[in-house]
Design a protein around this ligand. Sequence first.
Ligand SMILES: NC(=O)c1ccc[n+]([C@@H]2O[C@H](COP(=O)([O-])OP(=O)(O)OC[C@H]3O[C@@H](n4cnc5c(N)ncnc54)[C@H](OP(=O)(O)O)[C@@H]3O)[C@@H](O)[C@H]2O)c1
Length: 298
Amino acid sequence: MSKRVLICGCGYVGLELGRQLVAAGHTVFGLRRHAAAGPEMRAAGLTPLIGDLTQPDDLRRLPGAFDWVVNTVSSTRGGADEYRQVYLNGARQLIAWLRDAPPTRLVYTSSTSVYGQTDGQWVDETAATTPDTETGRLLVATENEFLAAADSPTLQPVVLRVAGIYGPGRGYLFQQFVRGEARLQGTGSRCLNMIHRDDVAGALSTALERGIPGQVYNVVDDEPVSQFDVLHWFAAQLGRPLPPVATAAEAAGRKRGLTDKRVSNRRLRTELGWAPRYPNFRTGYAAEVAAAQNSPAA
Ligand SMILES: NC(=O)c1ccc[n+]([C@@H]2O[C@H](COP(=O)([O-])OP(=O)(O)OC[C@H]3O[C@@H](n4cnc5c(N)ncnc54)[C@H](OP(=O)(O)O)[C@@H]3O)[C@@H](O)[C@H]2O)c1
């Protein structure tokens, strides 16, 4: 049955989710702060809404009610104050506003950065969430706002912990590599956890359709991979040397908050029947690598 869907923070992932939901016959609205985002939301088949999730007056002006609500807002600047405002305060305002007209499903995209583990262990959704950084702790607090709302009989929140997102035009490490700015961290043994944008959108659709209220799911591909293996593969594909090892000064600037863990997607796979279209970074990066191989700079 066709749903009225609101995607708050309709950016890189939200636009792809919107495209998929529109293709499935739903009516989708995308919320962003800047009117300049209107054309790309329209081009994806969405109705653009311009407003700020953290502002109750803006939320009251939205054309509710909605059957499904997704919160994919992201802090474009990195500091703790910005995180507190966009994630934590945004969550509080959204939940307060939705109490008057609750959707049947509310899905929030958190991050696997809530797992602060540094010893390379496998982590599932029951693992400790005690990150070393203030921004990580703010993401944990934001998750808790949503999960506490599950106590209300009317709100049906689901939390997705999303790994590092890459896809068309995105992928931090790959872009660094292409620019010649990537650096190996020591031996490069630290594990990275990744997910293609389209698979995040697929996981969001799955959570909207059949996520268990109050439940948390990791959204990550099947293959945690060492930083060395990723850079080695990029180098082989593009016929370039492996990047140099970070200097002590470069490494010191990045040390805080660096985790080393293997995040499991077992719950999302087995309990909700989700499967990634791109089970590892090599399949997911094939198109970006091919484009870089054909560009004169590569
Ligand atoms: N990128 C990653 O690797 C990663 C990893 C783990 C989790 N996540 C999470 O995954 C989700 C999707 O990420 P993404 O890469 O799609 O983010 P994105 O491209 O930055 O899109 C988020 C959008 O939110 C909008 N926004 C920011 N603050 C807002 C506010 N107060 N009110 C309304 N809209 C607001 C921004 O547009 P305007 O500036 O026009 O408002 C932006 O386009 C986010 O929740 C992010 O935290 C991302």
